[in-house]
Ligand binder design. Structure first.
Ligand code: PLP
Length: 377
């Protein structure tokens, strides 16, 4: 991408060349069907199981708790659609700040199965109202709570342990969409905070089209896809072996580099926030600025910036986002920003970092914001 600056890592991340290397080697050498019973098939199977073991040990989970899927969207659909009947869920509790993969799965299954849904309110900064959650849980045992760990647009972090305790004290199941935090925090699934979690390799420098669903030991749910017996009958279809092995490598790298990367991204985010506060005092922030170190969402006032600021930045060589990636190619106002009531007077600009970003990238972005912001004063 030449000289461009990429600050849209919550949408997807560039692949780590070590992951590409591992995947290329798999594609060249280990192409047999892992379900075949000949030696080539057995060798392919052992690569998949080794990857599962590596991933499970990083999460302090058991290999049998990890199911490979085509990504987080599939994992979320599989989970939300299956648990309703499987676990006799009588209510779904979620929030309007969730990713569309959760919101749309919930909407569809709620309609199909006639399950009531409660949307938990939140404050102006997107903090989930935990007292409301506790109250709702008290009145509705056997609920499914679906609340994400790190919000993909705002960066807000949910106190996982606290929410898990509330859920479990009240006989509810807890699913957290952990897509934005996997590989950024040392998850410890052995603590049993979560009943279900998900991950997508392309958010941590792996390939697109590969992810996993974590299901806590002892919980049984039904598959979404039928066919072969892959993934212990939970996900039919020939496994994407190179991508699975690549995801294990991407996660290994993420864990081995986590302290330095966390420090680097925290520094970049703090530097950006401080420059904005000092040099563009009329700019506000959407969400909690103390959220995950990889995401910050600016609220640029329309009194100072044009609505098309994201396109201007793009033309100037900087990729940022107005919210989540727009699947239709059309820029829609983000449902999260709308839900916060901040869609009228501000343009949201989400900046999301990866280990490949530098201080220079941040400086170039702020310099351009100063240039474009000043134009309107
Ligand atoms: N959940 C969150 C929080 C996300 O950020 C994303 C991707 O943007 C997804 C789910 C869906 O992931 P995928 O597109 O890999 O299926």
């Amino acid at each position: 991408m030449g000289n461009r600056i990429y600050l849209d890592n919550a949408a997807t991340t560039p692949m780590d060349s070590r992951v590409v290397e591992v995947m290329t080697s798999m594609m060249n050498k280990v192409w047999a069907n892992p379900s075949s019973i000949h030696q080539d098939g057995v060798a392919a199977r052992s690569n998949i199981e080794e990857a599962r073991l590596k991933i499970a040990s990083l999460f302090k989970a058991e290999p049998s708790e990890i199911f490979f899927t085509s990504g987080a969207t599939e994992s979320i659909n599989l989970l939300i659609k299956s648990v309703i009947d499987g676990l006799k869920i009588s209510r779904i509790i979620t929030s309007q700040l969730e990713h569309p993969a959760v919101l749309e799965s919930v909407r569809n299954i709620a309609l199909e199965k006639n399950v009531p849904v409660t949307f938990i309110p939140f404050d102006i900064d997107g903090h989930i109202n935990l007292s409301f959650l506790e109250q709702t849980l008290g009145q509705n045992p056997n609920s499914l709570v679906a609340l994400m760990h790190a919000n993909n647009e705002l960066g807000n972090l949910l106190p996982l342990k606290k929410v898990a305790n509330l859920c479990h004290e009240n006989g509810a199941y807890f699913f957290s969409d952990t897509v934005q935090s996997v590989g950024k925090f040392p998850m410890d699934f052995s603590q049993c905070f979560l009943d279900f979690a998900v991950g997508s390799a392309h958010k941590f420098h792996g390939a697109k089209g590969i992810g996993f669903l974590y299901i806590r030991k002892g919980i049984k749910i039904n598959p979404l896809l039928f066919g072969g017996a892959q993934e212990r009958n939970m996900r039919a279809g020939t496994e994407n072996l190179p991508a699975i092995v690549g995801m294990a490598e991407a996660l290994r790298i993420a864990y081995s580099e986590m302290p330095e990367i966390t420090k680097h991204l925290t520094f970049l985010k703090e530097f950006l926030v401080n420059r904005i506060k000092d040099e563009l005092p009329f700019v506000e922030f959407n969400g909690d600025i103390n959220g995950i170190h990889s995401i910050i969402n600016l609220a640029l006032p329309l009194t100072h910036f044009k609505k098309m600021i994201i396109f201007s930045l793009d033309v100037a060589g900087i990729s940022v986002s107005g919210g989540s990636a727009c699947s239709s190619g059309v820029m829609n106002i983000s449902h999260v920003i709308k839900a916060l009531g901040r869609d009228k007077d501000y343009v949201p600009v989400r900046i999301s970092f990866s280990k490949y970003n530098s201080l220079d990238d941040v400086n170039r972005l702020v310099d351009l914001l100063i240039k474009y912001g000043k134009k309107m004063v």
